[in-house]
Design a protein around this ligand. Structure first.
Ligand SMILES: CC(=O)SCCNC(=O)CCNC(=O)[C@H](O)C(C)(C)COP(=O)(O)OP(=O)(O)OC[C@H]1O[C@@H](n2cnc3c(N)ncnc32)[C@H](O)[C@@H]1OP(=O)(O)O
Ligand SMILES: CC(C)C(=O)C(=O)O
Ligand SMILES: [Mg+2]
Length: 504
């Protein structure tokens, strides 16, 4: 068996059939250049008779992109083949792709042709395309729902007529892996001349089995696999090439087949296709999703930090990503947190790390993802070492546009708790007044400032306050996702500094 599986990319043809996607010539060229870098063997650049724009795009790619074969799709119709050849003839390796449906459902309701008529159109079209001098690929649309004897008959006839590649599409994603593998075995065992041509598959993802079906076909000895980048395509899309490629690479031990692909170009290609088509990639998408190489759970992070292969079956570098991602959230653990502190350049004592970790967990309960800036803010706040003469235990506010703001604050002072309530001009003022009552003295506020230190709706707010005592100014800072809490923390921080300094 030939060890190499050829990769046929149809992002620019079937991928463009995704509802809402339309690529102009420049965009198609940009993707084609990137596909060449990725190393695909064939680029199906479009359907030349579909529009003037598609014709121009296929011709531009055929002229410029020289290493892979450039392919254009056409119906089993002479005008389509002529138009495709016109677009392809300057390619270094032109391939005409003729297709026609072979299932009874399609014959009866769509083509309104008999089996004999379809057989005749197939043979004539392949022979005509071949006479133009191109390599010819033939696809039996809806092959997986076609009567087997008839499918064998059509394939045998088009091979006889000169087809170089025979493609077996699971057009509506109906097959399941065992069945699709058996279909390939049946074709190999029953179609005269099949060993002289390349056998190919083209799977759709309607039941989420496009990759599995393609790999079942690989196990049964095909020579070419078709798909699109990010799995885009008609309806639920096509087989995602990045999945097939990385499955073959990662499980070489199992499939024992290889592809001529530079896998380090996968990520870049995926991003380019997502950007130009406007089709976002779901975060948990295999291989190229934002979470594909991210770890958030503490046990996983600890495993990966100790030895990456514990939870990574392939490296992010192998698809062209710089590194994996350790996402810090409420399920993260101490190992990952300490590692991130080191990466951020902090050299903290174990006590300081413990305190920062506690605050990190509190924050992570309120905020989905704790960013580096959040951690910096947490650590910086704690790095100002003053004894916590007063500490915020809890607070409650009532506020609105038609009610007077009131606040109840409970502070921890040594072993005691002091609780007071107060009104104010707004919730922050009410909280500050309640704090003044708790400590039993007025602390004039000189300045108050707030800024978001991180991004998003759940960003951390940092409050800075200046209080004055005997002409001396004390600055306090507080950080929280809740700006009232950040304000209370900042005010108490400034008060602690003031009390600490004046007690010296
Ligand atoms: C499974 C796939 O992905 S197949 C590829 C699907 N991609 C596309 O359809 C995108 C490009 N298509 C187009 O731009 C247009 O459909 C065109 C230019 C091909 C044809 O447009 P129109 O002439 O307006 O026909 P329309 O699309 O409405 O209908 C398709 C016609 O082609 C016929 N047809 C469909 N497939 C084939 C085929 N493989 N071989 C021969 N005739 C076919 C249909 O029976 C129908 O014929 P009719 O007009 O005599 O009834
Ligand atoms: C044109 C053919 C190959 C196709 O896209 C399909 O059958 O899904
Ligand atoms: Mg298709």
């Amino acid at each position: 068996m030939d060890d190499i599986i050829r990769v046929f990319d149809t992002t620019l043809r079937d991928g463009e059939q995704s509802p809402g996607v339309s690529l102009n010539t420049e965009e198609k060229l940009e993707i084609a250049r990137q596909l060449e870098k990725l190393g695909v063997d064939v680029i199906e650049a479009g359907f030349p008779i579909a529009s003037k724009g598609d014709f121009e795009a296929v011709r531009a790619i055929a002229r410029e992109v020289r290493r892979p074969a450039i392919c254009g799709l056409c119906r089993a119709v002479k005008a389509d083949i002529d138009r495709a050849w016109e677009a392809l003839k300057e390619a270094a390796h032109p391939r005409i792709h003729v297709f026609i449906a072979t299932s009874d459902i399609h014959l009866k309701y769509k083509l309104k042709m008999t089996r004999e008529e379809v057989l005749k159109a197939s043979v004539e079209s392949v022979a005509y395309a071949k006479s133009l001098g191109a390599e010819v690929q033939f696809s039996a649309e809806d092959a997986s729902r076609t009567d087997l004897e008839y499918l064998y008959q059509v394939f045998a006839a088009v091979i006889e007529a000169g087809a170089d590649v025979i493609n077996v599409p699971d057009t509506v994603g109906y097959s399941v892996p065992d069945e699709f593998g058996a279909l390939i075995r049946g074709i190999k065992g029953n179609v005269p001349g099949i060993d002289k041509v390349q056998l190919s598959v083209h799977c759709h993802n309607d039941l989420g089995m496009a990759t599995a079906n393609s790999l079942a076909a690989v196990q049964n000895g095909i020579q070419q696999v078709e798909g699109t980048i990010n799995g885009i395509g008609e309806r639920a899309g096509n087989a995602a090439l990045e999945e097939i490629i990385m499955a073959l690479n990662t499980r070489r031990d199992y499939f024992k087949r290889a592809v001529n692909i530079d896998t380090t170009q996968i990520y870049r290609t995926s991003m380019l296709v997502a950007h130009l088509t406007g089709m976002d990639i779901q975060p948990n998408k295999a291989i190229v999703g934002a979470n594909a190489f991210a770890h958030e759970a503490g046990i996983h992070q600890h495993g990966v930090l100790s030895e990456r292969s514990t939870y990574e079956i392939m490296t992010p570098e192998s698809i062209g990503l710089k590194q994996n991602k350790m996402v810090l959230g409420k399920l993260s653990g101490r190992h990952a947190f300490e590692e991130r502190l080191k990466e951020l350049g902090y050299n903290l004592s174990q006590d300081e790390i413990n305190a920062a970790f506690e605050r990190f967990k509190d924050l992570a309960d309120k905020k989905k993802v704790v960013l580096d800036k959040d951690i910096e803010a947490l650590v910086t706040e704690k790095a100002i070492k003053i004894p916590e003469i007063y500490a915020l235990d809890q607070f409650q506010i009532s506020s609105g546009n038609k009610v007077t703001a009131t606040a109840t604050v409970r502070l921890k002072h040594g072993d005691q708790f002091i609780e007071e309530a107060a009104c104010g001009d707004g919730p922050v003022d009410a909280v500050f007044n309640a704090i003044e009552r708790c400590i039993g003295r007025e602390v004039p506020l000189d300045d108050y400032g707030i800024r978001a230190v991180t991004e998003g709706k759940d960003a951390l707010g940092e409050v800075t306050v200046r209080v004055r005592n005997d002409g001396q100014v004390f600055v306090g800072k507080g950080v929280s996702t809740d700006i009232i809490e950040a304000s209370a923390r900042a005010y108490i921080d400034a008060i602690n500094k003031m009390l600490y300094e004046t007690a010296k």
